[in-house]
Design a binder for this molecule. Structure first.
Ligand code: PXL
Length: 273
């Protein structure tokens, strides 16, 4: 009997606001993969709220996962998200080196900002360290703001043309990215994802279904990382993740969930099973 697949998720635990681990654990589990959490920080709620409790976990992470090494654990996937300090990027590199083998799929979600702005706890030194994770990844899932930060490209609000997006994606490739999906690109009344891989370069467009809710990037990247481990084709996976996020957004607006509180994915989690 083959053992069940498992993914190590290196991300923060935000008790309220539906992002990071509180999104990845249920989603990856629903997709029949064991989700093993490595917390980067403990927050009462994510940093999109005016106030939050933030306990950085940098100094404890290595002691935490060295017990896993003692247990001889290996992972089919490693997925990294929000990092709470510069030092954590180095710790993530160490984790990847220790816990992956040839077949491990590494997904790096370079969580740094949205809508042209960086998140409250992210500074330029941390951005630089996150950039260093790109060459050790198999998949990266930046939103447009993050793709701009990573490639030192100026972000603008107005419509992007495909040439501009392709240029940004090619710069990400030069940084060592292999499979790239840039999310959240606005074009008229559509929202687009751009894919660049060895054999694909494609813009996928969807009609906007609702507002800009927190945590949608975490929902998206969780599905992408689980699908990659389940060997689902990358383009299919991007389409499926985008469709799921879009349904979540529509339903969250219908249920009048405040934007900061994330999306009510719990209502339709069964669609991923
Ligand atoms: O969803 C991205 C994210 C993850 N983790 C924390 C955040 C944010 C975005 O604000 O604050 C703690």
């Amino acid at each position: 009997m083959k053992r069940q697949k498992r993914i190590a998720v290196i991300n923060d635990f935000s008790g309220f606001g539906r992002c990071s681990l509180t999104v990845s654990i249920p989603i990856i589990s629903a997709m029949r993969i064991q989700c093993c959490a490595v917390p980067t920080a403990i927050l009462s709620n994510h940093t999109g709220y005016d106030d939050y409790f933030f306990d950085d976990y940098t100094d404890k992470m290595q002691a935490y996962y060295m017990k896993w090494e003692k247990l001889g654990l290996k992972f089919d996937g490693i997925y990294t998200g929000f990092l709470g300090s510069e030092k954590q990027a180095k710790i993530v590199e160490d984790f990847i080196e220790r816990f992956s083998d040839r077949d491990t799929v590494v997904t790096v979600d370079p969580v740094m900002g949205d809508n042209g702005k960086t998140y409250a706890t992210i500074d330029s030194r941390l951005c630089r360290e996150i950039k260093n994770l790109i060459p050790v990844s198999d998949i990266i899932t930046p939103n447009l703001t993050e793709a701009c930060i990573l490639t030192d490209t100026e972000y603008h609000e107005d419509d992007y043309d495909i040439g501009e997006i392709k240029e940004i994606a090619l710069r990400l490739r030069c940084l060592g990215a292999r499979n790239i999906v840039i999310t959240g690109i606005r074009k008229n009344d559509d929202i687009c994802n751009f894919i660049l891989t060895d054999d694909k370069c494609k813009l996928l467009e969807y009609p906007v279904t609702g507002g800009s809710h927190a945590g949608t990037g975490d929902v998206f990247a969780s599905i992408i990382s689980a699908d990659a481990v389940n060997k689902v084709d990358f383009e299919e996976s991007v389409k499926k993740s985008a469709e799921f996020v879009s349904r979540c957004v529509k339903l969250s607006d219908k249920m009048q969930i405040p934007m900061q509180d994330g999306v009510c994915f719990e209502e339709i989690l069964d669609l991923l099973m």
